[in-house]
Design a protein around this ligand. Structure first.
Ligand SMILES: [Ca+2]
Ligand SMILES: [Ca+2]
Ligand SMILES: [Ca+2]
Ligand SMILES: [Ca+2]
Length: 697
């Protein structure tokens, strides 16, 4: 009897230790050194059963198929716990330094039997690693694999734990009797059942100038390609390595994009190559995508299943169909849906091995359109290779622009300062570096004078009671927080926040349309008007649309915009509601112009009622008497009707004092406020509110 049995740690899965079983086992189970493979042919094994598992070494009762060896391990899963199983304790820690794939032969009466293979440290049950596999055959031997590549090799493991049908209570019957054998540990990687078992054909050697490689181990690939951009696909894209060969796996493929890091000039390439392997895909298409001309389909079917399919797609066909290879930006694969496809060796190539020694000819460069903030160049050259690159140097910066041979390329520099001279030095070269004989072409031009900018700030909005205003953008009122004045709605507009005389103004250049996403949903149904101030040097047509969550958007035209002066609009909200717009859930505002104009916007707010200034100095009824006015210290208020509240506002509508009252008279202490003009609002018991202007000395 060995003492070690009394010191067995209780595994976290082993809630109950059956001492009877342990004592029984103690008499049969020790132990010459056992190492992998565990084939159960000779010697004894240091076996421990737990919670209903019963492991014995027996003569192979199912000598057939892949296992005709003499001895096997038999596990009977009795009633006990759903995690019932057994473990074999090895004399030495398992060496996972290089070998990380477990294999085990299993015989089960049913396909779908879950087999858990776990290793653990005998004296510390927090140190363990486990993987499961599932049988696919009934009443036949099969070999299961367990991927231990992620095991922590700094820890030691000596127990090999086997649990069948974890989660299901056994009953000791034939259905819960399993055989296993030949547990071994080997190097390599587990290749999924649906994956290629061999590498794709090795691509031929091409000169670096004759190939543009996106995904291949044969060539230098383009930098920065994203092989799994999120385009809302169901596909799970990943780069896998099987036995040293890297492939792009597209699991559950509906479609999949590939994004290049920038525009690639592939106009000198003649073929697109791709290798495809699939066990079940029935339809596959590849689309090169150009920035300027969009996508063009190249069908890859019919696919031969279970072998590599190599495609060399002639690019002249898609070029004839209007595809621009000079600004290739993406690829897309489309499958039939739900299948798995492996991609390798995605590259473009030119099969003409002869080095390109002919320089581009007929190189021209001219200035096309000049505006106050942009200069557009027109470039053209012809090259035998099919591709030309233009190198445009301005100051210290050189920009490379790719184009197809003989196809005029326009290139625009934007957001330039106005009234500024620019010198462009432009060279045309082919991919081999041969330069045009008239390199470089020098072009000099000056951006136009800028449009007039607002010399004065927008009109300052009048003071209003806070409850009478919902402000989106204004320096005077409290704005709705967190509004986004430049959400990306695919507009051409460029946004600037500018200060004019210390007053913040929204500026949109190159304006076609623009959204404003209000920081929170606004209920403007109690308001009467939408106010906005607009300044533009060149806009001739401008509309504003509030966008309601429930009723969409309705536009009101603000034209004619008077140019080079502030236009103040007070749009009755009825002009929106009459079109069916609800003012109770306004999410966004949208402005639409005539295109490429400049507009300045300020003071965007909903309001109702009269401003404080327009009702100042008016005596309300019933008579309310404020004195003295101007006031130095205490302001006396007398009213025929009982007063309930007195509020004091600054000239811009900020409340600075609020006093509850319950008499016909009140004394408000104004000692602590600074000199200036204030509004005092007196709320009476009958619900009326009187506002009077008071000067503080
Ligand atoms: Ca055996
Ligand atoms: Ca590869
Ligand atoms: Ca050339
Ligand atoms: Ca402003």
């Amino acid at each position: 009897m060995k003492l070690y049995l009394l010191t067995i740690k209780i595994n976290k899965n082993m809630k109950i230790v059956n001492i009877m079983v342990l004592l029984f086992l103690a008499s049969i189970s020790f132990a010459k050194a056992q190492t992998f493979p565990l084939d159960f042919e000779t010697g004894t094994y240091n076996i421990t059963n737990f919670d209903g598992g019963a492991l014995t070494v027996i003569d192979n009762p199912q000598s057939s198929g892949i296992n005709t060896s003499t001895k096997v391990a038999q596990m009977i899963k009795n009633a006990g716990q759903i995690w019932a199983g057994s473990y074999i304790t090895l004399d030495n820690p398992i060496d996972f330094s290089t070998k990380k794939i477990f294999k085990m032969k299993v015989y089960s009466t049913k396909a779908g039997t879950k087999v858990l293979l776990k290793v653990e440290n005998p004296s510390d049950n927090t140190i363990f690693y486990e993987k499961d596999a599932t049988t696919t055959l009934a009443n036949q031997w099969e070999e299961l694999q367990f991927d231990y590549s992620k095991i922590d090799v700094t820890k030691t493991y000596r127990n090999v734990v086997v649990i069948f049908d974890l989660g299901t209570m056994g009953d000791g019957s034939a259905n819960f009797t399993y055989l296993f054998d030949d547990i071994l540990l080997q190097e390599g990687v587990i290749i999924p059942a649906d994956a290629p078992t061999s590498a794709a054909p090795t691509p031929p050697a091409y000169d670096a100038l004759k190939v543009i490689s996106i995904f291949s181990e044969a060539y230098t690939n383009l930098d920065g390609t994203n092989f799994n951009p999120y385009w809302q696909q169901s596909t799970v894209g990943s780069i896998e390595n099987y036995g040293g060969n890297t492939v792009l796996r597209l699991l559950n493929l509906n479609y999949q994009g590939i994004e290049l890091a920038g525009e690639v000039n592939a106009a000198s390439m003649k073929y697109l190559h791709v290798d495809v392997w699939t066990k079940d895909e029935t339809s596959l298409e590849i689309y090169p995508i150009s920035r300027t001309t969009g996508e063009k389909k190249a069908s890859l079917t019919p696919l031969k299943l279970g072998e590599w399919n190599s495609y060399n797609i002639k690019l002249s066909d898609i070029i004839t169909a209007g595809f621009n290879l000079a600004d290739l930006v993406q690829f897309k694969f489309i499958g039939a849906g739900g299948h798995t496809v492996y991609i390798d060796n995605l590259y473009l190539y030119d099969d003409n091995a002869a080095a390109d020694t002919q320089a581009p000819v007929n190189f021209t460069a001219t200035i096309s359109t000049v505006t106050y903030n942009s200069i557009k160049l027109l470039l053209n050259a012809t090259d035998n290779s099919g591709a030309v690159n233009y190198y445009i140097t301005v100051g210290a910066i050189t920009t490379k622009v790719g184009a197809a041979s003989g196809v005029q390329k326009s290139y625009e520099f934007t957001r330039l300062p106005s009234s500024t001279e620019f010198t462009f030095s432009i060279s045309a070269k082919d991919l081999a570096g041969n330069g045009a004989s008239n390199n470089p072409i020098q072009l000099v031009t000056t951006t136009n004078q800028a449009f007039q900018v607002p010399a004065a700030s927008s009109p300052i909005p009048p003071a209003r009671l806070p409850e009478n205003v919902i402000s989106i953008f204004s320096d005077v009122y409290t704005n709705v927080a967190n509004t986004n004045f430049n959400p990306y709605w695919q507009q051409s507009s460029w946004f600037y926040s500018v200060q004019i005389g210390g007053n913040e103004v929204l500026e949109y250049e190159n304006f076609n349309y623009q959204g404003i996403e209000i920081g929170s949903i606004v209920n403007a149904s109690a308001m009467q008007y939408l106010h906005i101030d607009v300044w533009s040097p060149n806009e001739t047509s401008l509309s504003i649309s509030p966008i309601s969550q429930s009723t969409g958007e309705k536009a009101v035209q603000l034209t004619p915009v008077k140019q080079n002066e502030w236009n103040s609009y007070n749009i009755p909200l009825s002009s929106f509601t009459i079109q069916g717009l609800s003012m109770s859930d306004i999410l966004h505002l949208k402005f639409v112009g005539s295109g490429k104009s400049i507009i300045y916007l300020d003071n965007i707010y909903f309001y109702k009622g009269l401003p404080l200034t327009s009702i100042s100095d008016t005596k309300s009824k019933p008579a309310i008497n404020l004195y003295p006015n101007p006031v130095l210290n205490n302001l006396n208020i007398k009213s025929e009707t009982e007063i309930v509240k007195v509020d004091v506002y600054t000239i811009t509508g900020q409340i600075i004092k609020s006093v509850s009252v319950k008499t016909h008279g009140a004394i408000i202490d104004l000692n602590d406020i600074t000199q200036g003009t204030y509004f005092v609002a007196i709320t009476l018991k009958n619900g009326t509110r009187s506002i009077q202007k008071v000067i503080k000395k």
